[in-house]
Design a binder for this molecule. Sequence first.
Ligand SMILES: Nc1ncnc2c1ncn2[C@@H]1O[C@H](COP(=O)(O)OP(=O)(O)OP(=O)(O)O)[C@@H](O)[C@H]1O
Length: 269
Amino acid sequence: MDITINKQMVQKDKKNQEFTPVFNINNLNLWYGQDHALKDIKFDIPEKQVTAIIGPSGCGKSTFIKTLNRMVEMVPIVRMSGEIVYRDKNIFDPKYGVEELRTQVGMVFQKPNPFPKSIYDNVAYGPRIHGIKNKKVLDEVVEKSLRGAAIWDEVKDRLNENAYGLSGGQQQRLCIARCLAIEPDVILMDEPTSALDPISTLKVEELVQELKKDYSIVIVTHNMQQAARISDRTAFFLNGEVVEYTDTSTLFSNPSDKRTEDYITGRFG
Ligand SMILES: Nc1ncnc2c1ncn2[C@@H]1O[C@H](COP(=O)(O)OP(=O)(O)OP(=O)(O)O)[C@@H](O)[C@H]1O
């Protein structure tokens, strides 16, 4: 049986700009036991743009982003219905291998989580698992990934030192380099700067702007200013629903739903 679903056609947003979706999410529902955490989520995530997910604590942002690489299934009590189409294939199809998906859809977490290994080995880890053994090829991948994550100049003379010796901001960029080393198509970021100081936050935000030239990025953030600064489109989640999803400038300057307006003007959350 062919699991290809052709939904990846070019679409137009509210400003009539064309975009190609990388994910189509259709009537996605998710329960933790009896708790209905995601309710009829339906929207498309564009290619090579930054999509921000905002909303108050407990509204389902992390749960949602973790459905996109099926990490949420690691929680045993999770049940889901609906469909997530990634580049014309339903990721819930039993024929779609989760490893294949996670090679395409990388993830960066809230707290930097380098392995207790050298800087070099952190970045080479994924390529090695994918069978790359040649030292010269690995050296190239490591350098390219560290350059891509804007940390090469800071670490090039200490590649064999333990990653735990880096600052929090450097560790987070190392984790981004580790993600780039497997050459993903999409990068999911779950509050990637919430554990960082303002200068490291700025570096990661600048990096996100660079990365979107080559990757499609979905970022969960508590910080509305951050969403406004770095994203092209924003989805506002509330109680497990998407209240509003549109281009970021419209959402912050002219929201169409009163609940969005109340949230972005600080009336709750
Ligand atoms: N592992 C879990 N088991 C049971 N319920 C969970 C689990 N993870 C999340 N939930 C519940 O699902 C709902 C959404 O949680 P989620 O963490 O996705 O929200 P969030 O918007 O990311 O919150 P925050 O901004 O505080 O991180 C909450 O009611 C939460 O209690």
